[in-house]
Design a protein around this ligand. Structure first.
Ligand code: SF4
Length: 446
């Protein structure tokens, strides 16, 4: 990365998995508003589903998810009953509308649940909403608690996309984040998953973790490549101990600085691209024959709460505490707390706590940001035309500074991100995002 670009690396940019981000949701959005939006979904309209499983066996100290450590399986079993009820309530509202093309189980740790219980949830979706044979069923797995015949059980239910939380292979790093898992354990999981015929396996890797060095991370990436996953996501760890008290368990003095974080991210990129992976957006990599790489090449890539996706659907329906649904510019988020969530569902309600209806202006910005992050270019004439006068001036001046630093080029009304500046895609997105103007202005002033 060019030296002049490093000043942008220290700024915290939104992940832009939604626009505006969930920080802007408020309680004016109600379950009745969401029900009205569900009514607008077409009969055969493709939809994506997300199922949140909030339980984990043990706390990873870096974790930013809505989860709880649960020692009693009976509570998890009770949760299965509640989420099935929520699926049935939603199914009645949908009343035959919408056709799921993908279902993603995330968490927490979805494989905390026994295979039979996961199968029951999938069966409830099939009964209440409908599933075709071509649906993609994806699940995030914690390799440390994968039981002997879990993979076989999951594939027999229909799961065909698996994601393993790897993070880092170095024992010192693992110890500093309270997540010990040997290379041999991951290797055995991969072998089980491949033996079950799965051809879409993803790893999550994190840079910016305590004690990571260039050498240790180089080794982690080599080990990941040696196991040949079909996709790899390389996320930057966000240390936010004020809003996530559990992260105070991490010794801040051991965290890599901004400079090293940039080096680690570049190192991963170079090694993965050299190993034949196709770069997707700014933090995903996929083998060229993987559906995600094909979607990127064919400009069908989208961005949703899981990151980059090849899912065709634009509407998303989420189940479980804190899950977010999205229908035509409207976000609705479920109650975050388990007790509130369960009470609402037991009363037969959609458990919506807050959300947001995007304005036209926000929809224009959302489309441009999505295009930027997925395709590294966008036409911004509509953004500038619809922006408030002060915002338009600030956007132009931020973009001018990014152009002067060689991060973007103009072509008529379109801007494109320089190939080597892919990692700064969110910085460019922030330049056209009125909510993030303070950050971009600060970065450019450093
Ligand atoms: S397994 Fe995942 S969700 Fe659970 S604590 Fe660790 S990082 Fe968080």
């Amino acid at each position: 990365m060019k030296e002049i670009w490093r000043k942008y690396l220290g700024e915290r940019m939104p992940r832009y998995t939604s626009y505006p981000s969930a920080l802007h949701f408020d309680r004016s959005v109600t379950a009745a508003d969401y029900a009205e939006k569900i009514d607008e979904i077409g009969l055969y309209e493709p939809i994506s589903l997300y199922v949140h499983v909030p339980f984990c066996r043990q706390l990873c100290w870096y974790c930013g998810c809505n989860m709880q450590v649960e020692n009693y399986y009976s509570r998890a079993r009770g949760y299965v009953d509640t989420i099935i009820r929520e699926i049935e309530i939603t199914g009645r509202k949908l009343n035959g509308r919408g056709q799921p093309t993908s279902v993603h189980f995330g968490g927490g740790t979805p494989n905390y649940l026994l295979g039979d219980d996961l199968g029951e949830i999938v069966g409830a979706i099939e009964g209440a909403i409908g599933l075709t044979d071509s649906v993609d069923l994806a699940i995030e797995l914690d390799p440390r608690i994968l039981r002997d015949d879990d993979v076989h059980h999951l594939t027999s239910i229909g799961f065909n996309r698996f994601s393993l939380g790897v993070q880092d292979f170095d024992p010192t790093v693992q110890s500093a984040i309270n997540r010990l898992q040997s290379f041999e354990l991951i290797e055995a999981c991969v072998s089980d998953i491949r033996a079950a015929g799965v051809d879409d396996l993803s790893f999550d890797i994190l840079y910016g973790l305590p004690h990571q060095s260039e050498q240790s991370f180089d080794d982690t990436i080599d080990k990941a490549i040696s196991l040949a996953p079909d996709r790899i996501s390389v996320f930057g760890y966000a240390h936010l101990p004020d809003s996530l008290p559990r992260q105070r368990l991490i010794d801040e003095a051991t965290l890599p600085g901004t400079q090293l974080r940039g080096v680690l991210s570049e190192l991963a990129d170079q090694k993965l691209v050299d190993a034949g992976y196709h770069r997707i957006g700014f933090d995903h990599y996929a083998k060229p024959d993987n559906p995600l790489a094909k979607a990127a090449i064919e400009h069908r890539l989208k961005r949703n709460f899981q990151g980059f996706t090849d899912a065709a659907a634009s509407a998303l329906i989420g189940f479980g505490p804190s899950a977010i649904s999205f229908v035509d510019g409207f976000y609705a988020q479920n109650e975050k707390g388990f007790v509130d969530y369960r009470q609402r569902v037991e009363h037969g309600e959609l458990p919506i706590a807050r959300g947001l209806q995007r304005t036209k202006r926000e929809s224009v910005i959302a489309a441009a940001i999505s295009e930027l992050l997925c395709n590294m270019k966008t036409n911004i004439s509509a953004v500038l035309r619809s922006a408030a006068p002060g915002d338009a001036i600030r956007m132009c001046s931020s973009l001018e500074r990014l152009e002067a630093d060689g991060i973007i080029q103009w072509n008529g009304d379109a801007i494109s991100i320089a190939d080597e500046a892919y990692a700064l895609a969110r910085v460019v997105a922030a330049a056209i995002d009125p909510y993030s103007q303070p950050q971009i202005e600060h970065a450019t002033a450093v």
